[in-house]
Design a protein around this ligand. Structure first.
Ligand code: NAI
Ligand code: MG
Length: 496
């Protein structure tokens, strides 16, 4: 159901933090410049935010360096570090309504999503890593000879963290959690579209007692503030979530300083429905898998492979579910889908839709803008999609599903893997052997069986192939924030 004129009556949370957060101080950009952050539902400005650049990043790195090289954070009892992370979680929980409202205002996602998905998952990730702080330890190694060898796991140092706009607060949590648990200090750049909840969280971290300089935030743009982080010799590691193109730039620009890198990039994830699946559950999974968060998910199930014999019936079910999806004011409790993040993404998605039509796919539902204010797009489904069409190959990052028909498992696996991406996949079947066989053969970092978009802070997430490297969440998520030091001691006794 689509409301043709969208009336936005938004809750108005108070925006308190709009400046750079450096060494525990709120500071305007050195240049004095600011940029506007926009409400994508109304296209109106929410606030002006400090536009950080090289000088601000430099100050932030100095603060983070000092906090790492001589401050208490990496030196304190690990258990105390954990306790401060848990304190931050309690503060986030106590402000959850305000934070949810800021997130929805800045990003456009439905308030119910912010309140029941994004922020609870963010708290869960931080709590999970708060629990890890005092459980990070090395090994003793049985080496040859009269030596005692042990390893220590030490923080990698100052980390630069560059995050996107699709899950603003959740990406802060995924990045801060393992870095803080490991004892690293942070220079973060939130996305220029969505800086507000990141800045609020920095305030809460300070309130929780996390020492000044441990977390520093420089809002600003990618080619300026982002690039300054990437090039800065005082930063030991960069963790980035966003587009593959930007990741390539970051790899080139960080080569001189040999930074450690982890990337969580895009996808074109296959969601595979066999004829023997529970079709109602698969329909809901396919629907959520593509449309969640306005389709702006790196792991969106954007290639829906449906087995021949159920294809037409399944298409009917998923099209009718898409038609019923409520698009509108993200502050309305009934709303399931809000606006896309900005004009750039809106235009890009609409041009993908045009290309789908032009290349001969059938637009079974959707395909148009909703209303004339805000960046709303109808939930869109293309059928008769061929593997080589642009909409079947490229990441659209919007509510646009491509339905592909398949015959048998061999053909399916080959086609599902015929993509440079490898972030996620799902398989729907009642045949347990087939489910695990396909799960093993799909080249992707996450495979869901008879479910979609199930996340847990304890379960690693990340990409094969061009979808990135390194993992976030779980024990593996700590690895990129730790160095391993080997210490070897001679056990030869002095001659008497
Ligand atoms: P982007 O990769 O350009 O931006 C992500 C972050 O990187 C932002 O904070 C941005 O300011 C920063 N950045 C941009 N250029 C940089 C540079 N040269 N050096 C350092 N940092 C830089 O992504 P964008 O332009 O917002 O979206 C483009 C496409 O990327 C989307 O259409 C979507 O396909 C994909 N994307 C994937 C995401 C994911 O979760 N994997 C998230 C956001 C976008
Ligand atoms: Mg960009």
């Amino acid at each position: 159901m689509i409301q043709s004129t969208i009336q936005i009556k938004s809750a108005t949370p108070t925006i308190r933090q709009t400046e750079c957060f450096i060494g525990g101080h709120w500071l305007p950009a050195r240049s004095g410049k600011t940029f506007e952050t926009i409400n994508p539902a109304t296209e109106e400005m929410i606030a002006r935010v400090a536009e950080g650049d090289v000088a601000d990043v430099d100050a932030a790195v100095k603060a983070a360096r000092e906090a790492f090289d001589s401050g208490p954070w990496p030196r304190m009892n690990a258990r105390d570090r954990g306790r401060l992370i848990l304190k931050l979680c309690d503060l986030i929980e106590s402000e959850i309504d305000e934070l949810a409202a800021i997130e929805t205002l800045d990003n456009g996602k439905p308030l119910s999503d912010s309140r029941t998905i994004d922020i609870p998952l963010a708290i869960e990730a931080l709590r999970y890593y708060g629990g890890w702080a005092d459980k990070i330890h090395g090994q003793t190694i049985p080496v040859s000879g009269n030596y005692f060898t042990y390893t220590r796991r030490e923080p990698v140092g100052v980390v630069g963290q560059i995050i996107p706009w699709n899950f603003p607060i959740l990406m802060v949590a995924w990045k801060w959690g393992p870095a803080l648990a490991a004892g690293c200090t942070i220079v973060m750049k939130p996305a220029e579209q969505t800086p507000l909840t990141c800045l609020r969280l920095a305030r809460l971290a300070q309130k929780a007692g996390i020492p000044d300089g441990v977390i520093n935030i420089v809002p600003g743009f990618g080619p300026t503030a982002g690039a300054a982080i990437v090039k800065h010799p005082g930063i030991d590691k960069v963790a980035f979530t966003g587009s593959g193109e930007t990741a390539q730039v970051i790899m080139r620009q960080s080569a001189d300083s040999l930074k450690r890198l982890t990337f969580e990039l895009g996808g074109k994830s296959p969601n595979i429905v066999f004829a023997d699946a529970d079709l109602d559950a698969a329909t809901r999974g396919a629907h959520v898998g593509i449309h969640l968060n306005q389709g702006q998910c790196c792991c969106a199930g954007s290639r829906l492979f449906v087995q021949d014999s159920i294809h037409d019936a399944f298409v009917e079910k998923i099209v009718s579910m898409s038609k019923a999806r409520r698009v509108g004011n993200p502050f309305d409790a009934q709303t399931e889908q809000g606006p896309q993040i900005d004009k750039v993404q809106f235009d890009k998605i609409m041009s993908f839709i045009d290309s789908g039509r032009a290349q001969g796919a059938t637009c079974a539902t959707g395909g148009k803008r909703v209303g004339n204010r805000g960046f709303f797009i109808e939930p869109t489904i293309f059928t008769n999609v061929q593997d080589e069409m642009t909409i079947a190959r490229e990441e659209i990052f919007g509510p646009v599903l491509s339905v592909l028909r398949f015959g048998d498992t061999e053909e399916l696996v080959q086609r599902a893997n015929a993509t440079p991406f490898g972030l996620a996949a799902a398989v729907w079947t009642r045949d347990i052997a087939r489910a695990h066989d396909v799960a093993r053969r799909i080249r992707a970092g996450t495979v869901w069986i008879n479910c979609y978009d199930v996340f847990d802070a304890a379960a690693p997430f990340g990409g094969f192939k061009s979808s990135g490297f390194g993992r976030e969440l779980g024990e593996r998520g700590l690895d990129p924030y730790l160095e391993t030091k080997t210490v070897t001691v001679s056990l030869d006794l002095p001659r008497e």
